[in-house]
Design a protein around this ligand. Structure first.
Ligand code: HEC
Ligand code: HEC
Length: 214
């Protein structure tokens, strides 16, 4: 019995023994990749393997909120009907108004001054082919909105241009006009997070159920 057992034992052990290091190694690689991914995406010490919970989700939104309400973003998302300018978000001079389509009123259209790209020099008009405010019928106001309110607003398709959470993320990750915020021309400060960091926080927010602060 004992002899038999000893004779037979090595077989299955060997059989299991071979793939085990491989499994271990691939498991390790996956873990390292996840950890790497998490640190690149989140830039925080968030648990790499667990799905973000509501608390992590709310915390991530607060990071995104810092970007949304930074001058480069909120200057085009004002509560009133004029764009804002500068780091102090003062009302746009020259009596520029939103107009129904967000591109200004007749005779004072945005593209009269704003070109397809930034003009070099401090206080020169920044540029993008789509340069405008959101339209009058959907103003997408960021200025003055408390975090919880803005959180609920930007995930509401009735207020965000009919976007799903994925479309919202895609807009912030890839839209060229949003991208201007991180390439704002001479003399303008950048949002507090990089675009990649912002998208990483958005992902945590969405993966954790797009939870909103109170
Ligand atoms: C030059 C003006 C301008 C700037 C600067 C700008 N936006 Fe916008 N934003 C718009 C316009 C116009 C729309 C509506 C276009 C659409 O729905 O496709 C919009 C829509 C959005 C939306 C989708 C609607 C919503 O409220 O959920 C988000 C999110 C957004 N912007 C985020 C940003 C962020 C983040 C920045 C800064 C990095 C930024 N925007 C800077 C003009 C601007
Ligand atoms: C008469 C020319 C003119 C018109 C028309 C005009 N702008 Fe401007 N705009 C400027 C100039 C010049 C600047 C740069 C000011 C500075 O940097 O001090 C500017 C800056 C801005 C900024 C500030 C960017 C930042 O983050 O500081 C926003 C936002 C803006 N314009 C939006 C618009 C929108 C939207 C329209 C159309 C509804 C428009 N502008 C029409 C000349 C104009």
């Amino acid at each position: 019995m004992t002899a038999n057992g000893r004779l037979e034992h090595p077989k299955p052990t060997q059989g299991r023994g071979k793939p085990a290091p491989l499994l271990l190694a691939s498991g390790l690689i996956v873990a390292v990749l996840i950890a790497l991914g998490a640190s690149v995406w989140a830039g925080t010490g968030a648990k790499p393997d667990a799905k973000p919970d509501a608390e992590a989700s709310r915390a991530a939104f607060l990071q995104v909120y810092r970007v949304l309400t930074s001058p480069r973003c909120q200057n085009c998302h004002p509560a009133g009907d004029a764009p804002l300018q500068g780091d102090d978000s003062h009302v746009h001079i020259q009596n520029v108004k939103r107009g129904p389509d967000g591109h200004g009123l007749y005779g004072m259209r945005c593209d009269t001054c704003h070109q397809a790209a930034n003009l070099p020099g401090v206080h020169m008009p920044p540029g993008n082919p789509k340069w405008s405010l959101p339209p009058a019928k959907m103003k997408m106001v960021f200025v003055g909105r408390p975090a919880g309110e803005l959180c609920r607003q930007i995930k509401d398709p009735k207020q965000n241009g009919g976007r799903s959470l994925e479309a919202l993320m895609d807009h912030i990750a890839n839209d060229d006009l949003v991208g201007w915020g991180w390439n704002p021309g001479d003399g303008r400060t950048l949002p507090p997070l990089t675009r990649a960091e912002t998208v990483a926080q958005l992902k945590i927010w969405i993966d954790g159920g797009a939870a909103c602060p109170k």
